[in-house]
Structures are given as C-alpha cells and as structure tokens.
Design a protein around this ligand. Structure first.
Ligand SMILES: NC(=O)c1ccc[n+]([C@@H]2O[C@H](COP(=O)([O-])OP(=O)(O)OC[C@H]3O[C@@H](n4cnc5c(N)ncnc54)[C@H](O)[C@@H]3O)[C@@H](O)[C@H]2O)c1
Length: 355
C-alpha cells in the first residue's frame, strides 16, 4: 500500500507517520507537507533513513504537484491531516483556512478521483480501483458546542461556530459530496482535543508547560471553564489506522477517550506536576465565539470497529509532561524561530512566517 499522508510534519501527522512506519513496515509512506509555521521536520528526525518513507515539500492547493505525486508514487490511500488548525489564527485571518482546509481538500479529492476511478472519462462510473480510500481527518468542533449535558454523535447536524470549525465542516461536506455524487470510497473521522509530544506551543498544554518552565504568566481565556474531551495523540493514530483498514465505506466515526476536563483543571494539574505556583495564572478576555463544552460519544468506533483508547488521561498527561521536560531544545528551537532558519537553508522559498 502506498499511503499519502498530508500535513505529516505537524503535531498529529508526525505522530501518525511514525505510528504507520512502525505498525505497517511493508507500506510506503509518502508525507506531503507545505511546512507552514506549524510544520516542523524536527518532529520526524528519528525516522532516520527508512527506505519506506518519503518526504515531499508541497502544498495541497498545488494541483500540478499533487497530480505528479499520485502518478509517481501510485497512491492508493490518502490520510488528509493538512490544515490550518488554530482557532485563534482563524479569527485573525480566516481566508487561509478556506483555501487550505476547503479548497485544498477538494483538490486532493479531485485528483484521487481521477486516479482511482476505473473509467475517469465516464461521469456515471462509480467503480474504483480495489482497496483505495480517502480518509479525512476532522474534528469534533464541527458539531458546535454542547450544553452541560449530552455528547456528540455522528448523526448530529454540523453547527460550527468559528472560522476554523466552519472550514473543517465545509471540508467534511465536500468529502461526503464526493462519496454521494461520484461514489468515491471515503471515511471521515472526528476527534476530540489531542495532546502529547510534538504539539506546537500555541496550543493549551505545551503553552502552559513552556510558560511554567520559564516562570511566565499563564494566560487563561475567560473563566477557564471551557470543557474539552482530551485524547492522547497515539490513541488518535490507532483510531485512524483502524478506520483506514476496517472503516465501512462512506461512514463517519467519532474518536474520543471520555476524558472531559475544564481548561483550568488542566492548567492547575500542570502547575502542580511542575511544582509551580497558581499565582502565574492570568485570566484574559475570552476568545470571541468560544465554545463552552465538547464531548464525544465514541460508541460507534468501539462497537463497530473494535477500537479502544489505551491511555488514561492520568497516564497520557504524565508522559506528555515528561516528554516536554526531556525535549526542552525542541521547544526552544520553535520559540526562538530557529526551526524556520533551518527550512530557509533547506527550502529557499519558505517566507518569514513559514507560509
Ligand atoms: N490538534 C487537535 O487537537 C485536533 C483534534 C481533532 C482533529 N484535528 C485535525 O487534525 C489535523 C492535524 O492537526 P494538528 O494539530 O496536527 O495540526 P498542526 O497545525 O500541528 O499541523 C498541520 C500541518 O499541516 C501542514 N499544512 C498546513 N497547510 C498546508 C497546505 N496548504 N499544504 C500542505 N500542508 C499544509 C502544516 O505545515 C503542518 O505540518 C488537522 O486537520 C486538524 O483539523 C486536530
């Protein structure tokens, strides 16, 4: 199998690339990433010179390049992680969220369709090469927010509240449309908040760990009572692997570990683990449109596909904190911007902000 993983230099993508190389030693893994500010080749350093692994610096919006990659590597599965992923950035600059998350996904779908359809010239042909699949990595944020009770189930309407989640919901609908209109083999996974090694320090857990270590203020939005359902990143990887191999064509699967925590609870837990003071907590004005609560009903993937998470939150957060303590240089290189200097040397067309 030749698997195209897009966005494989980011947080979850890089964990998934390594997971796949370990679990499926016979697969060829092609990692395509534009190396925006969030893509970091240091995340993949320990792969070494594995001959089953190829890295391609490219943008999912670049049709010509994507065409070439499909031809050259005879791609038969796509796992699409590539996205702008930070809600705060989507509030500042929504446009790139539409071009990457929506148009980029549509370009990948279209090129996959052309390459996989048995008769690409016939618009009524709904037959595809055996074993091909397009897996769209989505988020629970597409469902909008929950009240105090209830869980997200796959059949709920999509009611996204911010430009990031709206772009992810639009991409989900486009993936669904390619399945309904063209009969394309697809799956969509909608996962809750991930945490673990290699997460860019603009996100809550690495940000708080880094600021604690530096003795800097810990900025908390609003009252800190926003509830998220946390999943350790390798559990997300194993769930995607499960859907890729056992998912029913056309189905959507929620992924989550039943770990609801308020942001402030997580912050206090990290402060305690690092022996710091709660005086560092600084409450700041809440993010506009900040959803109060997300929580996943994971019954479908558990009962129909036999997946289950292997980390409790307590185990996962312990490993995560340890990883950031053991890898302070990784964090330093990001915070100082050094990793961008490395790209500039390697890939001369990367701009100041990494786009
Ligand atoms: N982080 C979470 O908690 C979470 C939860 C559920 C779903 N997701 C989804 O998982 C995926 C990965 O999330 P993440 O947290 O690893 O994100 P990330 O921001 O760490 O990584 C995104 C990667 O995509 C690449 N990329 C961005 N634009 C690109 C483009 N136009 N062409 C090619 N590559 C491009 C970046 O360089 C980066 O390597 C996203 O689709 C996100 O919506 C994330």
């Amino acid at each position: 199998m030749n698997v195209l993983i897009t966005g494989g230099a980011g947080f979850i993508g890089s964990n998934f690339v390594k997971y796949m190389l370990k679990e499926h030693t016979e697969y060829n893994i092609i990692n395509l990433d534009a190396l925006t500010y969030a893509g970091n080749l240091e995340n993949l350093k320990n792969i070494g010179d594995n001959e089953k692994y190829t890295f391609i610096k490219a943008d999912i919006r670049d049709k010509k390049k994507i065409e070439e990659v499909f031809k050259e590597y005879d791609i038969n599965a796509v796992v699409n992680f590539a996205a702008e992923s930070h809600v705060d950035r989507s509030i500042e600059e929504p446009e790139v969220f539409l071009t990457t998350n929506v148009i980029g996904t549509q370009i990948l779908l279209d090129i996959a369709k052309k390459n996989w359809k048995l008769n690409p010239q016939d618009k009524h042909c709904r037959k595809y090469k055996a074993g091909v699949n397009f897996l769209q990595v989505s988020t629970d944020e597409v469902y909008g927010e929950l009240g105090k009770e209830g869980l997200f189930v796959e059949t709920m309407p999509l009611l996204p509240n911010n430009p990031y989640s709206a772009s992810k919901a639009s991409a989900d609908l486009m993936v669904r449309a390619y399945h309904e209109t063209f009969g394309m083999p697809i799956n969509i996974t909608r996962c809750s908040n991930n945490y673990g090694p290699y997460q860019f320090p603009e996100k809550l857990i690495p940000l708080i760990i880094n600021n604690c270590l530096k003795g800097n203020d810990l900025p908390i939005y609003g009252d800190g009572m926003q509830i998220r359902d946390w999943l350790y990143v390798t559990d997300h990887c194993s769930a995607i692997d499960t859907v890729l191999h056992r998912g029913i064509n056309g189905e959507v699967y929620n992924i989550g570990g039943n770990n609801e925590k308020a942001n402030i609870e997580i912050v206090k837990l990290i402060i305690e683990a690092l022996g710091k003071s709660e005086d560092l907590i600084t409450y700041v004005k809440d993010r506009p449109g900040h959803d109060r609560r997300y929580a996943i009903d994971n019954t479908k993937i558990i009962t129909e596909l036999g997946w289950k998470p292997s980390y409790t939150f307590e185990e996962g957060i312990k490993e995560t904190i340890k990883w950031y303590l053991d890898n302070t240089q990784w964090m330093e290189n990001i915070v100082s911007g050094n990793y961008m200097g490395y790209y500039k040397k390697m890939y001369k067309d990367v701009d100041e902000d990494g786009r």
